[in-house]
Design a protein around this ligand. Structure first.
Ligand code: AMP
Length: 187
């Protein structure tokens, strides 16, 4: 089963994606993690990515879409994908649709973790200490939240019309969010 987990930065997408990976024996598709891997390799693309990430901006669709292709066409992962942080733009949503059709797959569930700005700021302050991410300072978080609202919100509106779309209160305790998601999935 392929699932999209959607939500603003700090909503807990990664945490919930990891739970589902274990529970359903699936694979996490975190474009954020893929991009951080590129940065570690210190390539020209990596340098471009880090600038965008640290400025709280999105990385170009072209780069992200390309990274995604390898995962979608990996037959071992087919129909076992948990998307965390992708798609984030309408262009990416359309790209995903095309790639899934080409590989004979579809999205079964879309979860939107809805959390307000204040809760996110508090959470990210904690994550900054735990994960030491360079894009987790308060200014960058606010920029990332605003970018999300501006660019990702239309994607949310696009998906929310689907009957496999489920909004979950992302300000609940982590375990309660998981429980709610599992309840909907029936697992
Ligand atoms: P994340 O780990 O999902 O919070 O992503 C961290 C950062 O990576 C974002 O703030 C963006 O700069 C970049 N990023 C991750 N996924 C995408 C995506 N699908 N499209 C564009 N930029 C992305």
């Amino acid at each position: 089963m392929n699932i999209i987990i959607f939500g603003p930065p700090g909503a807990g997408k990664g945490t919930q994606a990891k739970f589902l990976v274990d529970k359903l024996n699936c694979f996490q598709v975190s474009t954020g993690d893929m991009l951080r891997e590129e940065i570690k390799k210190d390539t020209e693309i990596g340098k471009k990515i880090i600038k965008n990430m640290n400025d709280g901006k999105f990385v170009e669709d072209e780069i992200v879409n390309k990274l995604l292709e390898n995962v979608i066409f990996d037959v071992d992962k087919s129909n076992k994908l948990i998307f965390d942080g992708y798609p984030r733009t309408i262009n990416q949503a359309k790209n995903l649709k095309i790639l899934l059709e080409k590989s004979n797959q579809k999205i079964e569930y879309i979860f939107f973790l809805n959390v307000n700005k204040d809760s996110i700021l508090k959470r990210i302050e904690k994550r900054k200490i735990l994960e030491k991410r360079s894009d987790d300072d308060a200014d960058t978080i606010l920029k990332r939240y605003d970018t999300y609202m501006e660019i990702t919100k239309p994607v949310l509106d696009y998906y929310s019309k689907n009957n496999n779309f489920h909004e979950v209160d992302g300000s609940m305790e982590i375990k309660d969010i998981s429980q709610k998601i599992e309840e909907i999935l029936g697992v």
